[in-house]
Write a protein that binds this ligand. Structure first.
Ligand SMILES: O=c1ccn([C@@H]2O[C@H](COP(=O)(O)OP(=O)(O)O[C@H]3O[C@H](CO)[C@@H](O)[C@H](O)[C@H]3O)[C@@H](O)[C@H]2O)c(=O)[nH]1
Ligand SMILES: [Mn+2]
Length: 667
């Protein structure tokens, strides 16, 4: 009982706060045709793309992402692309130089042929094009580019034969100079070619100063772009998120150019969508509630949260609330009228990308993307909302951007753990939505943020319900009402009701495999609740106590052929001996033991009226764990459960069982 009550309180809190997403649902539609005659009035658009590790984020993909936005249907002279490379890698720089070269041909090709799919990789792998000589030529060019990039990545450095002039030689030599490492390097900025404005900027980093991960990278881009092109509209993108529709900026402009919205509008968020997830979406990467239903609910309040990518911002929003004028100067005085290559501009930009530039300033606190959380996106959006800004959810039928889904369970769990730490950093900060948020946002909007930032506490009820009914079943102690009592019906009703509500609200409308996707989603909730969230909570506490410093583990976007095959067949990838799997396997063993015990007593004709609900939960647990048993016993492929994890977990399950018997014996 002492454990059940706090679990129920967590469920109640999370259920109650989730209702705020359902109070004012809004679905919007955009009419970009209305803007057709206003192209001259379009504001300049600066696109920020972040990458951090050439071995986890393949430079070939970064090149594709860049090309997909470079070819936006937007006045070319008003579009600039800034790439931040936190990996400080010549490989990424090479890929971008190649992309810029190829872009000169790709852009006119797309425009002349009315190509909508402007990410070359997606276009050429779609088979949705007519073969002709022009296409043949551009395809060959693309394949050459990718081969060159892959060669360079394989060798780990830029081959001499790929360097065509002294300027390039000089640029690449910076990467091999003494003292240059991904963590400690000076900032290098390359101006773009005439027709394509592409800038690459690995900021200066040092081993001794914090660099604030992605938020830090974006702030440097915010300043550097401010001095080079100063576009009033900014689009932030992760390097694995390519544009899937060239008209997207115009969709965002439908809101930014609306005089009634403009004064308070900080950002227009498109939902995170993914390409290549399998039919059953085994890792629940689609995030039905998080990326679709909830933002529509928030849209009727202050607007959706910022999701880190696929988001158009008003530059002004990073410099104080909608009614504050303190920082106006920074944006309005800066009319960029010098050529971008001008020495003074480049020097200033270098200075702005230096390690010490932000010392003793408001950057990251009152200005720019906000520091202090590993989920800089939620935190930044939240702070902007608290300042009085609004946001809009733009969810066009054709997905605006498509991202890469993680292909192994371990990657997903590490990502979720990072999110858990980041969310708790917001939930328990001095700007917590419970206190600060309530005051600034009002109760309903604040509740949305409370719900998100307290996400990791799902782990308490999930862990308790995944273990307690089963352990008590094993030791023969009833904790729920007897099945003959009407109260048991209430338990069953609540259980079924919660699941049916989730299915109806988030999955029923999915055209393909909705039931299967819902099943994967609910299983991933249990998996996250047993592994990533509790580990995240522990890491957060250790960080608070100063025992560990948090790293940003970049999610891998590398595609392994075998992994993809298994993923496409809906087989969960374990493969590595990750400690994160231990609680999962331990729980699966306990559920199985409990169910076997219940079946044996049933077979023997023992009365277990009082244990019926326990048995039902254990049965549900076992069905959820089927892929785990399979991975432990039946599979022989590389993605099977490592034997080490199975042994450790079985041992732990037995220990838990013995402890439980011992406690019951002493009750
Ligand atoms: O020190 C760093 C670490 C990461 N990144 C970039 O940040 C992006 C997101 O990193 P990823 O490993 O893909 O994290 P995810 O958890 O998949 O990303 C989600 O969660 C992040 C944190 O909440 C958001 O920033 C992202 O937009 C959102 O897609 C990538 O483009 C990275 O290159 C940096 O630029 N610098
Ligand atoms: Mn990502």
């Amino acid at each position: 009982m002492a454990l059940i009550t706090p679990s129920k309180s967590c469920i109640n809190l999370l259920w109650f706060t989730s209702q705020s997403f359902r109070t004012r649902h809004i679905a919007r539609e955009q009419f970009p045709k209305m803007l057709e005659n206003f192209e001259d009035h379009f504001p300049a658009l600066d696109v920020f793309i972040c990458t951090a590790d050439p071995y986890r984020e393949p430079p070939g993909n970064v090149a594709n992402t860049v090309l997909s936005v470079l070819t936006y249907d937007y006045p070319t002279e008003k579009l600039s692309i800034y790439v931040s490379d936190d990996g400080g890698s010549e490989l990424t720089m090479f890929a971008l130089a190649e992309a810029a070269r190829f872009g000169v041909h790709w852009l006119p090709f797309c425009r002349e042929n009315g190509v909508v799919e402007r990410c070359p990789d997606a276009y050429f792998s779609s088979d949705n094009y007519a073969e002709n000589s022009q296409l043949h030529k551009i395809k060959l060019m693309y394949e050459n580019m990718i081969t060159r990039i892959n060669n360079v990545v394989e060798r780990g450095k830029v081959n001499e034969e790929y360097i065509s002039n002294e300027d390039e030689q000089e640029a690449y030599s910076k990467y091999s100079s003494d003292g240059f490492t991904p963590h400690h390097h000076p900032s290098t900025i390359q101006a773009g070619s005439d027709s394509v404005r592409l800038f690459m900027r690995p900021r200066q980093k040092s081993n001794t100063s914090p660099h604030h991960f992605k938020a830090g990278a974006l702030n440097v881009l915010l300043r550097v772009s401010g001095i080079m092109t100063n576009g009033p509209i900014i689009l932030t993108l992760d390097c694995d998120m390519y544009s899937n529709d060239p008209s997207t900026p115009k969709l965002a402009l439908c809101y930014f150019l609306d005089q009634s919205l403009w004064p308070n509008l900080a950002f227009v968020q498109t939902p995170q969508r993914f390409h290549g997830h399998n039919w059953a979406d085994i890792y629940a990467s689609e995030f039905k509630a998080l990326a679709h239903a909830n933002p529509m609910g928030m849209d009727g309040l202050c607007g959706p949260n910022y999701m880190g990518t696929g988001c158009f911002f008003k530059r002004r929003a990073f410099f104080g609330g909608p009614s504050s004028f303190e920082q106006q100067g920074m944006i309005q005085d800066l009319v960029v009228n010098k050529p971008i290559e001008a020495q003074t501009i480049l020097e200033q930009a270098h200075q702005m990308a230096s390690v010490n530039y932000e010392n003793q300033t408001n950057w990251g606190f009152k200005m720019g993307f906000r520091y202090g959380s590993l989920v800089e996106d939620i935190y930044t959006g939240y702070q902007l909302h608290c300042e009085g800004w609004k946001s809009i959810f733009c969810n066009p039928k054709r997905p605006a951007f498509l991202g890469h889904v993680p292909l192994s369970l371990n990657e997903v769990l590490i990502q979720m753990k990072r999110w858990a730490v980041g969310l708790l950093e917001v939930a328990l900060s001095k700007n917590s939505p419970i206190t600060f948020g309530m005051g600034h946002l009002g109760p309903i909007m604040a509740q949305c943020y409370i719900h998100y930032t307290f996400w990791p506490i799902h782990s308490l009820p999930i862990t308790i319900y995944a273990l307690l009914p089963q352990l008590t079943l094993l030791s023969g102690v009833p904790i729920f009402p007897k099945i003959s009592s009407p109260w048991s019906l209430l338990h069953i009703f609540l259980f079924l009701g919660a699941y049916m509500q989730d299915y109806c609200l988030n999955f029923a409308s999915t055209s393909q495999g909705s039931l299967r996707r819902w099943w994967s989603d609910q299983r991933m909730w249990i998996i996250r609740g047993l592994s990533s969230f509790p580990v995240g909570i522990i890491e957060y506490l250790m960080k608070r106590m100063g025992i560990v410093t948090q790293k940003f583990n970049v999610t891998s976007k590398v595609v392994d052929h075998d992994q993809v095959t298994r993923y496409n067949r809906g087989i969960i990838e374990f493969g590595v001996a990750s400690p994160m799997f231990v609680p999962l396997v331990t729980t699966s063993m306990i559920n199985l033991m409990a169910l076997v015990k219940a079946l044996v007593s049933y077979y023997k004709g023992e009365n277990f009226d009082g244990l019926f609900l326990n048995t039902l939960i254990a049965c549900f647990g076992v069905v959820n764990c089927l892929p785990i048993y399979e991975a432990m016993v039946l599979r022989v492929d590389k993605g099977r459960m490592p034997t080490k994890i199975t042994i450790i977990s079985t041992f732990l399950a037995l220990c838990l069982y013995i402890i439980c018997l011992f406690l019951v014996g002493h009750m």
